[in-house]
Write a protein that binds this ligand. Sequence first.
Ligand SMILES: CC(C)(COP(=O)(O)OP(=O)(O)OC[C@H]1O[C@@H](n2cnc3c(N)ncnc32)[C@H](O)[C@@H]1OP(=O)(O)O)[C@@H](O)C(=O)NCCC(=O)NCCS
Length: 180
Amino acid sequence: MTQPTLESNRLLMRPFSQTDANRVRELAGEYEVARYTEAVPHPYEEGEAERWIACQSEEFSRGTGATFAITLKENGSLLGAIGLIIATNHKKANIGYWIGKPYWSSGYCTEAAQVVIDYAFDELSIHRIYARHMAGNPASGRVMEKIGMKKEGELVDDMFRDGNFHTMIIYGMINSTLRK
Ligand SMILES: CC(C)(COP(=O)(O)OP(=O)(O)OC[C@H]1O[C@@H](n2cnc3c(N)ncnc32)[C@H](O)[C@@H]1OP(=O)(O)O)[C@@H](O)C(=O)NCCC(=O)NCCS
C-alpha cells in the first residue's frame, strides 16, 4: 500500500521526502518545538532529519507508523509533522505532532490532526487513538480537546527529558459512530 496524501481546507498532509530534511532541521531544531516532544532531539544534528525521513516509508509498509509532512496548499510550505505510531495487534495508535514556531496558533495542527484521525479510523481500522502531552504544554492539550479527545488521566513523571521528569496528561478517543 502506498502512503496517501491527505487533504483539508488549507493543508496537504503528504509523505516526507529527503528534500524536506533541511527545513525539518530548521523548524524542529528550535528548542521551543523540541522541548515538549518525546522524540525530537536537541540539538538537532546534521543528518538526523535525513535518517528520520528514511525510516518512514518502511514503517508505513509494515503498518507500524504513518508520518505526514504538514504543508500549506497555497504555496507548498512545510509547516510541521504529524504521525501515528501504530500497535497493530491492539488496533490502537499514538498520535504526535509538532508545528514550526512561525506557524503556531493558526489552527494548523488541529486541522491536520482532524484529517489524520479520520484516516486512521476509516482507512487503517484503528479502534483507539491516544496522545500524551507534558503538563506544562497546554497548547497541545487544547489541540487534543479541539479534535474531540477526552482527558483520561495523568501519568506522574512519565517522561524524562532535558534532565527532568515530566508529568504527562493522557487523552484518548475511540472509533465509534458517536465521535462526530
Ligand atoms: C502544540 C502545537 C503542535 C500546536 O500547534 P498549533 O498549530 O499552534 O495548534 P492550533 O493553532 O491548532 O491550536 C492551538 C490551541 O492552543 C491554544 N494555546 C496556545 N498556547 C496556549 C497556552 N499557553 N495555554 C493554553 N492554550 C494555548 C491556542 O489558543 C489554540 O486554541 P484555540 O483555538 O482554542 O484558541 C505547537 O504549539 C507545537 O508544535 N508545540 C511544540 C511541540 C509540541 O508541543 N508538540 C506536541 C507534543 S505532545
